[in-house]
Design a protein around this ligand. Structure first.
Ligand code: MG
Length: 368
């Protein structure tokens, strides 16, 4: 491929309701759309850190700066090469993983369009309907949590995930279990607990959860291994699973038995696929998490989730579950708990240019 120019567009879409996790709350979704132009085609990616820097220290603003002052100029210096060679340039760049994911996934989309295949085919997979799970944030009351779950389960979601934090764990779980019986259920703590909380976390065994996602701090693999040795419930890593070597180490230490793979957290599709393949070799099932991204990032996560070792429902949900509107067409829809990727090439979902203009914060164009 030969890159002629790159456009960056920062969009901000209001959420249908505030999304609260253990360490912060957002009311809007920021995404940076990366469009790479080559030979009459446009590859599209999304850099999608969470606003407010509480999932990681990276923000939409810092990611915008890294893209425009560092990563895009670097890439335009190279300009020409195979997908793999250009991915090397991106991987070697000292930018945050969200910036790298935005550009790298745009190149994957471009390559798939050039080859006239869907993105999943380029990853070595075939299109298949992807199971979707409902993810609930922390709500002000148990009643609001139960109402949200009840409302969304009508759309057929295949499991319930609730965010937990100290003071919001055992009681909401008791309410959810008594309201929804033995429906597949998991929790995500986003690093909210410490090793001193292990005796408390042992109480979560009573709820027969599919998994406990990232209970302890991201750097505490030993703590996760300690917790895993004391409970039957599988431990899943998210924030900790930042790259291939860390995942390899975590598996060898028995710090997890499931891995959440996020394209954004690991800096793109190539790294995500390598982590998938490693986990597959090690017999560790994975599933596809989200930031949540807008539609372009969501679509790419769906393509990734068609790979064989994705064994649990994805966090990608219907566009309308999160956003007042989305920037893709068609919108992502859930039918009887499954998302079907439309027929097409590349991402298989196109940008809705009218919606992009409506939510646009800033735009820049970069030339070699
Ligand atoms: Mg998580």
């Amino acid at each position: 491929m030969n890159i002629e120019r790159v456009t960056l567009r920062h969009v901000r879409v209001p959420l249908v309701e505030p999304f609260k996790i253990s360490n912060g709350q957002v009311e809007v979704k920021d995404g940076i759309l990366v469009s790479v132009h080559s030979g009459g085609l446009v590859g599209c990616g999304e850099a999608s850190p969470m606003a407010g820097s509480f999932y990681s220290e990276d923000t939409p603003e810092s990611t915008w700066d890294e893209l425009s002052t560092n990563l895009i100029p670097n890439l335009l210096k190279q300009r020409e090469g195979t997908l793999d060679a250009l991915c090397d340039v991106i991987a070697a760049s000292p930018c945050n993983p969200f910036a790298r994911a935005g550009v790298e996934t745009a190149l994957w989309d471009l390559e798939a369009q050039m080859k006239q295949v869907p993105l999943c085919a380029l990853l070595g997979s075939l299109p298949r309907p992807v199971e979707s799970g409902f993810a609930a944030g922390i709500y002000p009351t148990h009643k609001q949590l139960l109402n949200a779950i009840e409302c969304h389960l009508k759309e057929g979601y295949k499991r319930i995930k609730i965010k937990i934090a100290p003071g919001w764990d055992v009681r909401p779980l008791r309410h959810v279990r008594s309201a929804f019986g033995d429906f597949p259920l998991m929790v995500d703590a986003n690093c909210a607990y410490g090793r001193e909380d292990i005796p408390h976390l042992e109480q979560l065994e009573d709820f027969f959860l599919e998994m406990i996602e990232q209970p302890l701090p991201r750097d505490d693999l030993e703590g996760h291994a300690l917790l895993a040795s004391k409970i039957m419930t599988p431990i899943c890593l998210d924030e900790s699973a930042k790259d291939l070597e860390t995942v390899r180490k975590a598996i060898s230490m028995n710090a997890c038995s499931i891995v959440n793979i996020k394209i954004q957290r690991v800096g793109g599709l190539r790294a995500a696929k390598k982590i998938h393949d490693l986990c597959d070799e090690e017999g560790v099932p994975v599933w596809a998490g989200t930031m949540p991204e807008l539609g372009i990032g969501g679509a790419q996560t769906l393509h990734l989730a068609t790979l064989g070792n994705f064994q649990f429902p994805t966090d990608v949900q219907a566009s309308g579950r999160w956003f007042v509107d989305d920037i893709i067409t068609p919108l992502i829809e859930v039918d009887k708990g499954f998302i079907t990727i439309p027929e097409g090439v590349g991402n298989c979902y196109a940008l809705n240019e009218e919606a992009v203009r409506r939510f646009l914060i800033q735009e820049t164009e970069h030339h070699p």
